[in-house]
Each structure stands twice: as C-alpha cells, then as structure tokens.
Design a protein around this ligand. Structure first.
Ligand code: AMP
Ligand code: MG
Ligand code: MG
Length: 199
C-alpha cells in the first residue's frame, strides 16, 4: 500500500468577540500555521506513528486566549517553536517528502491543503506535494462509512461507535483520530482513490 500521511494543521485564530487581524498582502488568510499534526499509515490496519511540531507565527506572534483554549497550544510552546520554513524542512525530512515517491497527503476536508498552499506561497517556499496528491478523507468517509453527509471528525467517530482519544483541535490528536477513522474505512473495504495516469 502506498503510505498515507494524515496531516492536521492548527492555525492562529480569534474568537467570535474579537476583530480578526487584517489579511496581509499576498495571503488568502490571516491565520498562520502553528502546528503540524501527523499520523503515518503504511498498512490499512494500523497507524505506524504520529509526529508533530509546533510552529512560531510571525505576523501575529501572540496567540489569543481563544486559540490556546481551542488548540491547547501555549504561548511558550509557540515562542520556542521553529519558524514555518524550518518546520516544513523537519516535516519533509521526517516523512521523506523529496520529489519522486511521496506518501499520499490526506486530511479531514480541504482546509489543511489550502492552509499549506497559502502558507508556502506566502513564505516563498515550494509546496512539498505534487498537485494531484491530496485525499479529502471527509468526503471519502461519506461513502466508505455510509454517512448521510460530510461530518466533522468527532461526529464521524461517534457514528462508528468510537470516542475521541486525546484533545479535539490538538493537531496530533486530530491526526491520530483521523487515522482511527481511516482504519475503519479500510475494514469496510475502502480503496483510496486512484488519480488519472500522469495527473
Ligand atoms: P481543527 O483541525 O478542527 O482543529 O481546525 C484547524 C484550525 O481551524 C484551528 O487551529 C483554528 O485556527 C481554526 N478553527 C477550528 N475551529 C474553530 C473555531 N470554532 N473557531 C475559530 N477557529 C477555528
Ligand atoms: Mg483539522
Ligand atoms: Mg486540528
């Protein structure tokens, strides 16, 4: 099986009572990535390992209380973390993402792909994955698990009789729990989508 790398990003955010900062020129979002949460699957029936790094934001280096409560990421962790371009290098090294063969990049929805595209463009670093290399697991889960519609991760776990393990919105815990959903999808006969040759 081609390895599946589940990635869940956390990003700076602001609560409903706060005016969010303006979006800097050259960006689609004001939010900056502050955590890579990852879970690697090389077999359908297990998550081989998880990995995470926090990331130090530059435009809005102070995390809002809302953000720390949501993600569990504290200010001292953000302050001690590598900047995005260095975190991206760590990520590439960790999972051997260097052209040629690369694991499938899978995430719960398209948010994570868009966040990575935006962050890489803004920081002027090469997007690490091939264009066609993304699996939207939130969409895949609908058929694979017989859901009525696309659902959030916690609701999907509930639908298959599992409780969330760890802390929701902590990137590495989200990635681990997505892995548990993917194992159930495989048990029910799911096959990762095959892209067009050459695409
Ligand atoms: P998640 O993977 O669901 O934890 O979401 C990824 C990122 O989306 C978070 O780190 C936040 O930046 C943002 N986000 C998620 N849920 C919320 C929310 N309820 N309010 C504001 N931002 C959110
Ligand atoms: Mg997420
Ligand atoms: Mg998350």
């Amino acid at each position: 099986m081609r390895p599946i790398l589940i990635v869940d990003f956390e990003a700076t955010c602001w609560g409903p009572d706060t005016l969010p900062p303006s979006v800097p020129a050259g960006r689609a979002y004001a939010s900056e990535i502050i955590e890579f949460g990852c879970a690697l699957m090389t077999r359908p029936d297990r998550v081989e390992r998880t990995w995470q790094t926090h990331v130090r934001p530059t435009d809005n280096p102070l995390l809002s209380d809302f953000c720390t409560e949501l993600t569990g990421i504290r200010q001292d962790q953000a302050d001690a973390a590598p900047y995005f371009i260095d975190a991206l290098e760590l990520f590439r090294d960790e999972f051997g993402i260097r052209g040629g063969a690369q694991p499938r990049f899978a995430s719960w929805g398209n948010y994570d792909r868009n966040a990575l595209l935006d962050e890489c463009a803004y920081r002027n670093v090469e997007y690490p994955f091939r264009d066609d290399n993304h699996v939207n697991l939130k969409a895949e889960a609908v058929k694979a698990l017989g859901l009525k519609r696309r659902m959030g991760l916690s609701r999907t776990l509930e639908a298959i009789g599992l409780a969330f393990e760890g802390r929701p919105h902590a990137g590495v815990d989200d990635a681990w729990n997505i892995g548990r959903v993917v194992m159930e999808m495989f048990r029910r006969g799911w096959k990762p989508p095959v892209k067009r040759p050459g695409s």
